[in-house]
Design a protein around this ligand. Structure first.
Ligand code: BGC
Length: 772
């Protein structure tokens, strides 16, 4: 746990330069705009510890996975998000000394991520070996208004010398991934071009043949006057740069503007990539840095209007929640239904930038409430587009008749996770995808989603579950053998309660969805049934499974069993584990973990969270009290679900305690792993803890309900959400709850157990005395 980020409501601030913290800060101060993103690497040379990272959405490399213990059905590759061309680079030479913070004496170092306006600023003073001292201030952003564009303003002042400053802005595509095998490089050059103040580099990925053209245009000012320069062109392997020198006197300030663009063949024909990049660069350069920044500030202002959470009385909590919201929007903007949300977003290589069930289980609720409906819809459409691959994936494992098994980890719909216990067995991801459809419709009321996309996906998923269970003549029930639940510290278990519950729910929901489509759009239904070769007799099979599914329970304890035999394990509690043995995934052998009763993340409790309406509070309490003490929360996805459930159980202290474990997870480097990148998907979980936990927000029968409490440390909190065409601002204080409806639509809102009319453009206030 670190504590070096200064608390501030709108900014993430680091003061002083500690090279040991640099990789952590590179993650924390990352920038992104949904289409591209980057770690907060320095513009100038840095020979100290750094993890270079520039990423372009949708561009990946299929790395080999074949190993000695290859098994039939294994995926062919492990997808890797690629470290792409570095477009921020500016080499700075003072006389003949290179500016490198690792070699210089650094003072007044400050890094600020301005979340309100969406840019990163860094300033410092550096004294070189020669004694020459410069002051630098850089500002940069990835434009969210024009998501192919990024911009940098880099100012350097000579503090105590007259002499020559040489600047080389460059684009360097000769980069590799930290996780590449044998230092393999994944890019090859296609073309490059340098003309006047512009430079272009087009690269192609090996195997996947994605092409990305990166361009830049530079402009130079001395003491705010533009300097016309003749640059020396620099061309190296996969590298273009332009060097120019300026004579400076003490206190002169040189400012370099670098406007850059990244265009990928995912969005442009390869043949016109360079020409299109040139025109994007010309447009952006014509607008100039200040105008681009203004657009950026305006675009972020709109996002904050739709999504801000204001916490009064706790600056660290305020900073944390905004940081989480900011990073989620930097990662996914919902403009492109081929893109998704990697667990590390654009902030690191881990998890390969691929899509996990995290999206459906954790991120969809966030985007549903904080962004236009299109955004969460596109996350769902992404899976619909990949249905064909999910069917192929199931076929590879021996399923048939249109059964669909979505991948645990994917870029383009193909499975690319190569651990059998996950790939073959962690099949609950299929259920999360179905649940997200249900959740989307529950929140938006948009049943038409079923007609065009949803039902087809649900049928594929239902067909999979139908084939995945088998009839146990011993139990006279259906069982589900050989699975891994969300708790990955157990593999190949029989009858994981969560997976079986989810499977039965999917079968039931798929039938309900089919009825809706059949009644409301019979023609669409008929053509779908035909296209899918669907026989309505399949409904009877589904119903039989729903009726006769086996669920492991312990009657005496009154709990659902995580899986058959869970109670055979030696029952130890996490509190009795010595601190020196935690986290167990770093301290224990895998074998010991598998045999232990310790639970990585919510498993039975994940099911009680999804399907809370089916269980009473006593059942929830018994299961919570049994499972939480055995849970090590070694996935960042774990504490938020526990926080929401604790809030539901009116255990406010614990709800807050779990919330704290996720809220500043990265800002305080809680798990000592922030340097690898941020935990983007669990950031959505933090948001859920506030909205579903503390505010107790739910959508039931087309209405919003709140069951709020105010965490003791806070004076008040308020948040903005979009709901069915209107925007609501909800404030919770120690006195009660106030809800303002800023749209013209009338609503009925539940607060605790009572419903209130909330007319368009009106507000309601209910004080605690009225709330029993
Ligand atoms: C968790 C999974 C999650 C993955 C990516 C793992 O540690 O156990 O549930 O999908 O991380 O976030």
């Amino acid at each position: 746990m670190k504590n070096y980020i200064k608390a501030d409501e709108w900014n993430i601030i680091e003061e002083g330069f500690d090279p040991h913290l640099n990789k952590i800060s590179e993650s924390i101060f990352s920038l992104g705009n949904g289409r591209m993103g980057q770690r907060a690497n320095f513009e100038e040379t840095y020979s100290g510890e750094t993890l270079p990272g520039n990423y372009v959405a949708g561009v990946y490399y299929p790395d080999k996975t074949r190993v000695g213990w290859w098994k039939n059905g294994y995926p062919e590759y492990f997808a890797k998000v690629l470290n792409a061309a570095n477009w921020i680079g500016i080499e700075v030479k003072i006389g003949d000394e290179i500016l490198d913070l690792s070699a210089a004496e650094v003072s007044d170092f400050k890094r600020i991520l301005n979340m309100h306006e969406g840019y990163l600023e860094r300033s410092f003073t550096a004294k070189l070996k020669s004694g020459k001292t410069v002051k630098v201030k850089s500002t940069r952003f990835c434009s969210i208004a024009d998501d192919e564009v990024g911009a940098i303003r880099y100012s350097i002042s000579a503090l105590n010398f007259d002499g020559q400053l040489t600047l080389t802005p460059f684009i360097d595509g000769d980069v590799k991934n930290q996780d590449s095998n044998y230092d393999e490089k994944f890019w090859e050059a296609v073309n490059d071009e340098i003309s006047e103040n512009e430079a272009y580099l087009t690269l192609r990925t090996k195997k996947t043949a994605f092409e990305v053209c990166t361009g830049s245009s530079v402009q130079l000012f001395k003491n705010k006057e533009e300097v016309k320069f003749t640059a020396e062109d620099i061309r190296k392997e996969k590298f273009v740069g332009q060097t120019f020198s300026v004579e400076v006197k003490a206190n002169d300030e040189i400012t370099l503007y670098k406007i850059a663009a990244n265009l990928s063949s995912e969005n442009h024909p390869k043949a016109s990539l360079l020409a299109n990049c040139k025109s994007v660069i010309k447009n952006a350069a014509a607008k100039g840095f200040d105008a681009l920044l203004k657009e950026q500030v305006e675009a972020w202002a709109t996002k904050w209007q739709e999504s801000d959470i204001i916490i009064e009385g706790d600056v660290a909590a305020q900073q944390a929640i905004r940081f989480n919201i900011f990073q989620l929007f930097q990662t996914y903007t919902g403009k492109d239904d081929r893109l998704n949300i990697g667990p590390k977003g654009f902030t690191g290589e881990k998890y390969g930038g691929s899509t996990y069930w995290d999206t459906e289980a954790y991120c969809v609720p966030f985007y549903l409430a904080t962004a236009p409906q299109e955004v969460s819809k596109n996350l769902l459409v992404y899976r619909h587009k990949q249905l064909g691959k999910a069917i192929e994936n199931a076929e590879k494992l021996g399923f048939n008749r249109g059964a669909a098994l979505y991948p645990m980890v994917t870029m383009n719909g193909e499975e690319c996770h190569n651990e059998w216990e996950i790939t073959f067995e962690e099949i609950h991801r299929n259920g999360a995808i179905a649940f997200a459809i249900f959740n989307y419709i529950r929140y938006t009321g948009d049943q038409s989603y079923l007609f065009d996309y949803g039902l087809e996906v649900l049928i594929g998923i239902a067909r999979f579950w139908k084939q995945r269970v088998n009839w146990s003549s011993d139990k006279q029930q259906y069982v589900m053998l050989g699975v891994t639940g969300p708790n990955e510290y157990e593999n190949n278990v029989n009858n994981n309660w969560y997976t079986s519950t989810l499977a039965a729910w999917c079968l039931k929901y798929a039938k309900e969805a089919a009825d809706i489509v059949k009644n409301q759009q019979p023609e669409k239904y008929n053509s779908l049934v035909k296209a899918l070769n669907f026989d309505e007799a399949e409904f009877a099979d589904w119903a039989d499974i729903v009726e006769k599914m086996y669920y492991p329970v312990d009657e005496e304890k009154g709990i659902f069993l995580q899986q058959d035999g869970y109670l055979d394990k030696e029952q130890i509690l996490v509190k009795d584990l010595p601190a020196s043995e935690r986290p167990i995934n770093q301290k224990w052998s895998w074998d010991r973990i598998l045999r232990s009763c310790f639970i990585k993340q919510a498993d039975v409790l994940q099911g009680l969270y999804f399907f809370e309406e089916d269980y009473d509070l006593d059942t929830l309490k018994r299961n919570f009290d049994f499972y939480e003490p055995r849970t090590v929360h070694e996935s960042s996805l774990s504490p938020c679900v526990h926080s929401i459930l604790a809030a539901k159980l009116n255990d406010e202290a614990r709800a807050y305690e779990f919330y704290l474990r996720t809220a500043r997870l990265d800002l305080d480097d809680y798990n000592n792993d922030t340097e690898d990148g941020l935990h983007i998907t669990s950031m959505a979980g933090t948001w859920m803890s506030v909205i579903e936990g503390f505010a107790g927000m739910r959508v039931r029968e087309d209405k919003l309900q709140f069951n709020p409490f105010l965490p003791g440390k806070w004076k008040s909190f308020s948040f903005t959400i979009g709901f069915r065409g209107t925007t609501l601002k909800v404030q919770i204080t120690e006195n009660g709850i106030n809800i303002k409806n800023s749209g013209s639509i009338d609503l009925e809102i539940g607060i605790r157990d009572q419903y209130y009319k909330l007319a368009g453009n009106a507000e309601i206030e209910v004080d605690n005395a009225t709330l029993v």
